[in-house]
Design a protein around this ligand. Structure first.
Ligand code: DOR
Ligand code: ZN
Length: 343
């Protein structure tokens, strides 16, 4: 049986929610990843260091006995965020980054930023305090085609932000286009990107394969094949600007399988295996460890992990649904056969 052993990886972009959903989903992440950057788009959003501490405690309580897992918290940037709060965030070791959601771009982004220029003083504070900015890079204009929103965001906002704040460390989250890859590649070492398993494995045909596929719907939406190919090339290039961030985003199954389904792919139950699949198809399994275990830690200036995980080429079937007592969440690739299995 072919196996591959990696330094224990981290997930640099993760949604775990709260309450019963948190308890359901967290063990899947903790069994694979040592740490994860936790997204702050709760209702209400995590906007203060005090809230981040409280949320971190709730997450820690959900880690099963005997597993070690460290949640790395983020703050949700709003027009009302203060420079003092960002300074406080930089001084604690709880908050590792701040997330910019353009208002209305995605799930629980209503409290996000409407006018990006207006928050430039906050971006200056992040640059000064050396706290990374994580960006959901999509414009929100209703008249901008949904497949163009990332590209337009880069042209309209990101280019200017990077020029204005050259020392600010920026992660363009869940990149989905060749334009985003090119932008990140040609920017300074302070600009990096995360890549999700779904954007490496699927193109937009997967949304409408024989019928509408709500579990392939996330934001930014899947793009054309040429973009997927560019993402795989970036992920498997060995360029440290590109690293693992699942964007695993659980929603209850009935809220996905409905007339107006929520955006988000729940990839946590098979996350590392899905990446292994994508890297194996590109004949680049030797590049998986850097992508999954080294480059993110280096970017966030955290020590690399010391333990290991082993994947074996051993086919298994993803659960059709996970959860109990009224919680039912359908994983990405539910019921499908995967070739690599975490031992
Ligand atoms: O598909 C998505 N789901 N994209 C996001 O940016 C947010 C996420 C969520 O929180 O469900
Ligand atoms: Zn996300």
């Amino acid at each position: 049986m072919q196996t591959i052993t990696l330094t224990r990886p981290d997930d640099w972009h993760l949604h775990v929610r709260t309450g019963a959903v948190l308890k359901t989903v967290l063990p899947y992440t903790a069994r694979q990843f040592a740490r994860a950057i936790i997204m702050p788009n709760l209702k209400p959003p995590v906007t203060t260091v005090a809230q981040a501490c409280q949320y971190r405690e709730e997450i820690r309580q959900a880690v099963p006995e005997g597993m070690d897992f460290a949640p790395l918290m983020t703050l949700y940037l709003t027009a009302a965020t203060t420079e003092a709060e960002l300074k406080l965030a930089a001084e604690t070791d709880v908050v590792h980054a701040v997330k910019l959601y353009p208002a209305g771009a995605t799930t629980n982004s209503d409290a996000g930023v409407g006018n990006i220029q207006q928050i430039y003083p906050l971006l200056a504070a992040l640059e000064r305090h050396d706290l990374p900015l994580l960006i959901h890079g999509e414009v929100t204009d209703a008249d901008c085609d949904i497949f163009d929103r990332e590209r337009v965001f880069i042209d309209r906002y990101l280019t200017a932000i990077v020029a204005e704040f050259p020392a600010l460390r920026i992660v363009l989250e869940h990149v989905t286009t060749s334009e985003a890859v090119q932008f990140v590649e040609s920017a300074s070492a302070n600009v990096a990107a995360t890549l999700t398993p779904q954007h490496l494995l699927f193109n937009r045909n997967a949304l409408l394969a024989g019928g509408i596929r709500p579990h392939h719907y996330c934001l930014p939406i899947l793009k054309r094949e040429q973009h997927r190919a560019a993402l795989v090339a970036a992920a498997t290039s060995g360029n440290p600007k590109f690293f693992l961030g699942t964007d695993s985003a659980p929603h209850l199954t009935p809220l996905k399988e409905t007339a107006c389904g929520c955006a988000g792919c729940f990839s946590a139950p098979a996350a590392l295996e899905l990446y292994a699949e994508a890297f194996a198809r590109a004949d680049a399994l030797d590049k998986l460890e850097g992508f999954a275990s080294f480059y993110g830690a280096d970017f966030y200036r955290l020590p690399r992990n010391t333990g290991t995980v082993t994947l074996a080429q051993s086919p298994w079937t993803v659960a059709p649904v996970v959860g109990e007592d009224g919680v039912a969440i359908t994983p990405l690739q539910a019921g499908e056969l995967l070739n690599w299995k975490l031992l």
